[in-house]
Design a protein around this ligand. Structure first.
Ligand code: ADP
Ligand code: AMP
Length: 212
């Protein structure tokens, strides 16, 4: 079982991913988390990705696909993957669907979280992230139990460099220009889910969409 959790930045993909992965025994593959890990470890890939991330732009397709393809070649992905933040262009979607077909590993569901832009800006501006395990929080809506400490792994919870309002607006513009067309490309295969309201209620809608 392989699932795409689709949506604009701040839609709640990371927030919902944990429960979905636990329920279905999936491995979360979040391309943004992989880039941030590389950035932290000061790899060449991290430096390259940063030049795009800081500007609210997408990392080039060939770089992203090489990373995802290598990740999918590892045995821990065989039981199933939840894609978070990938695909973000029609080219990436074509590559993934091609892989799903040629490998026989398939694609079970495409679930798209829908949230209005104003709410996305409010969510991203107040987001706090654990750069060690990728867990996300919100200063008002979903704070960690202990201020600045990750509930999941105990490491520091910080504000991402690109979660400032100027870069957030650029990321949303990039989403509308390059990523929203992916949803049209999937057409009927994608199930659209209202991504507003309580986190638990959205989780139930995501669950229903995966089941259907
Ligand atoms: P994405 O992974 O899609 O970029 P996140 O899951 O990191 O988005 O969520 C973005 C921010 O919005 C985080 O601060 C998160 O705590 C908060 N958030 C997620 N879901 C909700 C919700 N239903 N209501 C309010 N805030 C939310
Ligand atoms: P995210 O953590 O999903 O918000 O991603 C952070 C940043 O990483 C994005 O703004 C992009 O610059 C880059 N990125 C993550 N995933 C992709 C992808 N699939 N394609 C291109 N760029 C990506």
């Amino acid at each position: 079982m392989n699932v795409i959790l689709f949506g604009p930045p701040g839609a709640g993909k990371g927030t919902q991913a944990g429960a979905v992965c636990e329920r279905h025994g999936l491995l979360q593959v979040a391309t943004g988390d992989i880039f941030r890990k590389n950035l932290k470890e000061k790899t060449e890939l991290g430096q390259l990705a940063r030049s795009f991330m800081d500007k609210g732009q997408l990392v080039p397709d060939e770089v992203v696909w090489k990373l995802v393809e290598d990740r999918l070649a590892q045995p821990d992905t065989e039981a199933g993957v939840l894609f978070d933040g990938f695909p973000r262009t029609v080219t990436q979607a074509e590559l993934l669907v091609g892989w799903a077909e040629s490998s026989g590993r398939g694609l079970s569901a495409v679930v798209a979280l829908e949230v209005p832009d104003d709410e996305l800006v409010a969510r991203l501006s107040g987001r706090r992230t654990c750069l060690s395990c990728g867990a996300t929080y919100h200063v008002a809506h979903n704070p960690p139990s202990k201020d600045g400490v990750c509930d999941r792994c105990g490491n520091d919870v910080v504000q991402r460099d690109d979660d400032n309002e100027v870069t957030v607006r650029k990321r949303l513009a990039t989403y509308h220009r390059q990523t929203a067309p992916v949803l049209e490309w999937f057409g009927e295969r994608a199930v659209r889910v209202d991504g507003t309201g309580a986190i638990g209620a959205i989780g139930a809608r995501v669950q229903a969409a995966i089941g259907s």
